[in-house]
Design a protein around this ligand. Structure first.
Ligand SMILES: [Zn+2]
Length: 121
């Protein structure tokens, strides 16, 4: 038995992603708008994009996290926006999806860092 939930609302989705490249967080903090990086307090840079209630975290090994998302669409939007900004600021080379596993990889890569598959140019 148990309680039957008749109504609920998604309040907070947390998601993580990898862009498979190291990121210089000091340089990021100097370039990206609305970002906070205090390595003595927390190891990730914290990005609070304007016009979003969400927060994205950027780790130096290329891991990304977002929190306070209300929908899967919000998650996709904030990650896409963040990766686009990283590309625009030349913090990372442009990313493409590996044709074998879908991982985000460098357009210059010959081999996928996630699955080892060869990337045809
Ligand atoms: Zn792959």
């Amino acid at each position: 038995m148990g309680i039957i939930l008749i109504s609920y609302k998604i309040e907070n989705i947390i998601a993580s992603a990898k862009i498979n490249t190291p990121i210089d967080l000091d340089a990021l903090a100097a370039k990206l708008e609305n970002v906070e990086y205090k390595p003595e307090n927390f190891q990730a840079a914290i990005w609070r994009p304007s016009n979003s209630y969400g927060v994205a975290l950027v780790f130096s090994d290329g891991r990304l996290m977002c929190t306070n998302m209300r929908s899967v669409q919000d998650v996709e939007n904030i990650f896409k926006k963040l990766v686009k900004r990283l590309e625009e600021l030349e913090m990372i080379n442009p990313r493409v999806a590996c044709p074998h596993c879908g991982a985000a990889i460098d357009t210059e890569d010959m081999v996928c860092i996630e699955c080892g598959g060869l990337i045809n140019k």
